[in-house]
Design a protein around this ligand. Structure first.
Ligand code: MSP
Length: 515
């Protein structure tokens, strides 16, 4: 029996010209939440991230720092990028660097195949180039001679290069997006790509003769392969393109997550490259929006980059993972504000979720010696949970992280309302059996709701949910938190009576206000 194809998710590979900022973390966290959720659906998942190490931009930064480019990349990868993903609990299965031999050799092989198939020809490139974007620009991309994204003057290149016959794939690409509206999302991104393809599509220069930091063109080693042509291939080289018989167990990618600034590379150039090689194209390219500062894309080059540690030191890793997906619809731009983050931290995380957990565990301890009472049911809660799970799962399928989180949060609020209405602390004051039974039912139901919340919030806040899972004492009977299935979470009455709970540390400690 052939093994199931993995659900394959990628992030862009990041330029190592500098340390990561929260815009980079945003994409990688989204990918992590998505893959964790799919794992909890019981699917086999493969999550790839990595670094884009060639090209003018990385070379210029290395040179400015008196370093040779490879040692510069090594340093940034090992001291900044990989540690950040670890700190943010990113569960990627692989990390690809474009300077690795497995990548370089497969890129060269791919390019040779395209040349043999007649899609590569020699030509002369003359025109503007933005080093920030690493992109050959059209006059419409510029404003007063500057790149619209980087607000920096472009270079004027005039080189003999190798070209890829991108124009030959215009019709096929249009057909692809007409037939598969899901192949590029959200809708606004798909419209942008389709209208680009409806205009004039030019062939693409795919080599540079005035730069040596890159993968040599195999038949013309005075030239290196254009950094984007090299970089896009990472998604396929990392899973064994051209070499591994397992390639088709991962390829095609299910979702390429990208920022909207790099949509065209992913939704036009990349599928055209694959079509030329007669390989399947990705199932979906999803373009998310930008984190803005003063209305512009946050960026290191404009000195507006916020380091993730500035936020995690203050609010913790899980609140950081939560905040951006909760506050900004995935696909739209959004601004970061300390006030908004602080307000949501307090009301949604500390009050709605954290307090519910501490109150419940404390009451179980106080009134039942830390032993879960008899199994009970509350149709209002269990019914609501069923629709929550359905709606959240559907939202994740369309990468609507905000929608999924809101569903779970609504359920959390409903449970809080239930506790407030039942007033278990009052029931505890009455000594008759009926009240004792009702108190047990209320706390059983609340514990069950917390079990479900731990499972549902796990992909967004894995550390916090693990603390809750441990406090509920269910690992022995129900198994590991990460192994809990989304399809099973709404089944009410899973925690066995008599399960021993343990003390819970405060999940979202009070934040001291800063100057
Ligand atoms: N190296 C290329 C990608 C090659 S993929 C084959 C690149 N690297 S990048 O480091 O400049 O950007 C990587 C990703 O980070 C892009 O998706 C970009 O949109 C995203 N972001 C960079 N700044 C961002 C914000 N301010 N907000 C949200 N995402 C941001 O492009």
């Amino acid at each position: 029996m052939s093994e199931q194809k993995s659900f394959y998710v990628t992030t862009p590979i990041y330029y190592v010209n500098d340390a990561p900022h929260i815009g980079h973390a945003y994409t990688t966290i989204a990918g992590d939440v998505l893959t964790r959720w799919h794992r909890q659906r019981g699917e086999s998942v493969w999550y790839l991230t990595g670094t884009d190490e060639h090209g003018q931009k990385v070379l210029n930064t290395a040179t400015a720092n008196n370093a040779d480019p490879l040692s510069w990349c090594d340093r940034l990868v090992n001291d900044a990028w990989k540690p950040l993903w670890q700190q943010l609990n990113i569960a990627n299965d692989d990390f690809i660097r474009t300077t690795e031999a497995r990548h370089e050799s497969r890129v060269q092989k791919f390019l040779t195949e395209l040349k043999d198939a007649g899609y590569i020809y020699a030509g002369k490139f003359e025109g503007p180039y933005c080093v920030g974007c690493e992109e050959f620009k059209l006059p419409a991309d510029l404003l007063e001679g500057k790149c619209k994204i980087h607000s920096k003057p472009v270079e004027l290149l005039s080189e003999d290069n190798w070209f890829f016959k991108l124009s030959a794939f215009r019709e096929q690409l249009l057909e692809h997006y007409r037939k598969n509206p899901n192949a590029c999302q959200p809708e606004s991104a798909r419209n942008e790509v389709v209208s680009f393809l409806e205009g004039e599509v030019r062939d693409l220069s795919i080599s540079r003769s005035t730069l040596s930091w890159g993968i040599p063109v195999p038949w013309d080693t005075k030239q290196v392969i254009y950094v984007w042509f090299d970089a896009l291939l990472n998604y396929a080289t990392a899973v064994g393109l051209g070499e591994s018989k397992d390639f088709s167990k991962k390829w095609p990618a299910d979702i390429h997550l990208v920022g909207k600034d790099i949509l065209r590379f992913h939704a036009v150039i990349w599928p055209a490259m694959l079509m030329a090689a007669k390989l399947p194209v990705p199932n979906q390219v999803f373009a998310h929006g930008w984190l803005l500062v003063a209305g512009e894309k946050m960026s290191k080059s404009k000195l507006t980059g916020i380091a993730p540690s500035e936020i995690t030191n203050h609010f913790g890793v899980d609140a950081f993972r939560y905040y951006f997906l909760r506050a900004i619809p995935f696909g739209s731009d959004g601004s970061f504000s300390w006030e908004d983050m602080s307000a949501r931290y307090t009301s949604e995380l500390a009050n709605d979720f954290g307090n519910l957990a501490s109150r419940t565990i404390a009451m179980l301890e106080k009134y039942f010696d830390g032993k879960i009472p008899e199994v009970a049911n509350e149709p209002k809660l269990s019914g609501a949970l069923q629709s929550t799970v359905k709606a959240a799962d559907l939202a994740i399928s369309s990468l609507d992280f905000q929608g999924a989180i809101l569903q779970i949060l609504d359920f959390c609020k409903l449970v809080n309302g239930y506790v407030t209405e039942k007033e278990p602390w009052k029931l505890a004051k009455q000594s008759d059996a009926a009240n004792k039974k009702e108190l047990g039912d209320v706390l059983y139901n609340t514990a069950e709701a917390l079990r479900a919340l731990a499972v549902l919030f796990n992909s967004v806040m894995p550390q916090t949910c693990q603390k809750l899972w441990r406090a509920l004492g269910v690992e022995k009977t129900l198994g590991k938190l990460a192994d809990q299935r989304i399809s099973n979470v709404a089944k009410w009455g899973q925690i066995p009576a008599g399960t021993v709970t343990s003390k819970i540390e405060i999940l979202f400690p009070k934040i001291e206000a800063e100057e």
